[in-house]
Design a protein around this ligand. Structure first.
Ligand code: ADP
Ligand code: MG
Length: 250
């Protein structure tokens, strides 16, 4: 398997708080890698430090053989790394369709600027329509983002990432806070992307979901990796069981 991304000795400190404290990871093409860990373990911070939301305190992020750590988020997107946010940040006044259009211009412009400058050429519209169908947003495509449920907003997050045609998509807890029905739908969508050959990193707090969709799982606790392996290996790991035991439901 070909290595797509390698993370070496990554550290992300906030003053005295060592949110990520020396983290190594390889991500391979076409795999679905799960990152799990208790609340506050550092999962979202890891994404932010990888994707250019934060500049890491130390360490390397190597993507397709080149060091990219510290590159701003929109430049990372151009390189082919797209991430979704745990808390969706749609352009609330725009329709679902136009929100995806706005994301489509990432290779030329960033954010809202792309929407106004590149606007809706036939080519962009076709691409957006395809992505809308792929993630199952057809029924709400013309609704304003402010008027749809959380489950649809999570799909929108995924659509906005997919429309940039990422080599690697990084999903931050796409199922958090959803009903069981919506969780099953999002899980099915991740499985579909996986079957299409998309390389995926999935942060997920829910163990059964991760076990179901991931080829390999890395477990984070207090900013450090405590286990890594197949779902079966991780499930039976003593340190993993301890990290999850006694944790309050959220
Ligand atoms: N911008 C920030 N400034 C200071 N502390 C932060 C910041 N972001 C996250 N943290 C802290 O880093 C730790 C890890 O948080 P986070 O990455 O959100 O965990 P997870 O996503 O695993 O629940 C927490 O203690 C959190 O309070
Ligand atoms: Mg988080």
């Amino acid at each position: 398997m070909k290595e797509l991304m390698r993370i070496e000795g990554l550290k992300m400190y906030f003053g005295g708080l060592k949110a990520i404290d020396g983290f190594d990871l390889s991500i391979y093409e076409k795999e679905t890698l799960g990152i799990i860990g208790p609340n506050g373990a550092g999962k979202t911070t890891l994404f932010n430090a990888i994707c250019g939301v934060y500049t890491p305190t130390a360490g390397k992020v190597i993507f397709e053989g080149k060091e990219v750590q510290g590159t701003p988020a929109h430049e990372m997107a151009k390189k082919g790394i797209a991430r979704t946010f745990q808390i969706s940040k749609p352009l609330a006044g725009l329709t679902i369709f136009d929100n995806v259009v706005a994301a489509a211009g990432v290779h030329e412009y960033t954010g809202i600027a792309s929407y106004f400058h590149k606007a809706k050429t036939k080519e962009v519209e076709d691409k957006v329509e395809q992505v809308i169908r792929r993630v199952g947003l057809e029924s709400v495509a013309n609704k304003k983002a402010s008027d749809v449920s959380l489950g649809f907003l999570r799909r929108l997050e995924i659509a906005r990432a997919l429309v940039t045609e990422p080599k690697l998509i990084m999903l931050d807890e796409p199922c958090a806070g959803l009903s069981n029905f919506a969780i099953n739908e999002i899980t099915a969508l991740v499985m579909q992307l996986k079957s299409e050959g998309q390389s995926i990193v999935l942060i997920e707090h829910n163990l059964p979901i991760t076990m179901k969709v991931c080829d390999r799982i890395t477990v984070l606790s207090y900013g450090k990796k405590i286990a890594e392996g197949t779902p079966e290996e991780v499930k039976n790991d003593k340190q993993v069981i301890e990290a999850y035991l006694g944790e309050e439901d959220d």
